[in-house]
Design a protein around this ligand. Structure first.
Ligand code: KMH
Ligand code: ZN
Length: 274
């Protein structure tokens, strides 16, 4: 089995300091959380950015400052900026971090319910995001929140409207309103990705670690972090993203799965070495 790539989604757009005081907003807090995740075994950091007061933003300038600060502290880590942003943002707003030519960025694979709201990703929007990533040579991480998202993105990839293989998928399961975080659903998704693809599983809330365990056993990769889950265990808030990553490392150790360094993750994800 390949080594395990751990992604830390350190901040997200929805979670707040009221829910967990360790959620990062400022540049310094973002660097602190990226470093704690990296030091504990994360090869990849998935980044959303906030204003200092916590307001989610997709500002290119804010992304540049945050990405530069993270790379200064942990130069070899793979950073995947979000093009999902927060619910309600326009496509143009969301595309801003692609102007910084990151090696990867998320590409969300369809419209879905998102709690009480609707996360809009129409097919024309996905075509526009795919076109931008083709032009700027950015490898997408295809985020699927629903079973049908996989079929949608595979059709667009077949037509060359979004970047093709080898594709990297992130199956985000357990968002309220979307596909539940069951091992059956994860297995169906993994069975239906093209040969040679790579994949990551993200379980939301209390599903974070059970889904991580399934992904470790199945040979996939794992995402954890405050974006997805604020707790280390039932009723115990995580003090840092590093604590969440460290728990995944312990689980992988128990199953005999080694952890990928950023250089190993770049090889597994078919990215050029830095
Ligand atoms: N904040 C969510 C509505 C992504 O990063 O691409 C969407 C999201 C997806 O987090
Ligand atoms: Zn995200």
């Amino acid at each position: 089995m390949e080594k395990l790539i751990i992604t830390a989604a350190i901040c997200g757009a929805e979670v707040t300091k009221e829910q967990n005081p360790a959620v990062p907003y400022t540049i310094e807090e973002m660097v602190r959380e990226a470093k704690s995740a990296y030091d504990n075994g994360a090869a990849v950091i998935h980044v959303h950015v906030r204003e200092d007061d916590g307001t989610p933003t997709q500002s290119k300038e804010r992304f540049k400052v945050v990405l530069d600060a993270i790379y200064k502290e942990v130069p070899d880590v793979i950073v995947i900026p979000s093009t999902g942003g927060a619910v309600g943002m326009s496509a143009e707003e969301r595309l801003q971090p692609t102007e910084l030519f990151p090696e990867m960025a998320t590409l969300d694979c369809g419209t879905c319910n998102f709690g009480d709201e609707v996360f809009e990703n129409t097919v024309p929007m996905m075509r526009a995001f795919g076109k931008r990533m083709l032009e700027n040579n950015i490898k997408p991480e295809y985020e699927c929140f629903e079973m049908g998202h996989l079929d949608t993105i595979l059709r667009l990839a077949q037509k060359g409207e979004v970047p093709g293989g080898p594709m990297q998928f992130n199956f985000v399961l357990g968002v309220f309103g979307c596909t539940p975080a069951t091992t059956e659903n994860l297995a169906w998704l993994v069975r239906n990705i093209p040969e040679g693809s790579t994949w990551t599983a993200t379980g939301i809330g209390r599903h974070a670690f059970p889904l991580a365990m399934a992904a470790i056993a199945m040979g996939g990769n794992v995402r954890v972090g405050f974006e997805d889950n604020l707790y280390l265990s039932k009723g115990v808030l995580a003090k840092s993203n590093g604590e969440l990553v460290a728990k995944v490392v312990r689980m992988a150790n128990e199953l005999g799965r080694e952890i990928a360094t950023p250089a190993e993750a770049r090889r597994i994800l078919s990215l050029p070495q830095k």
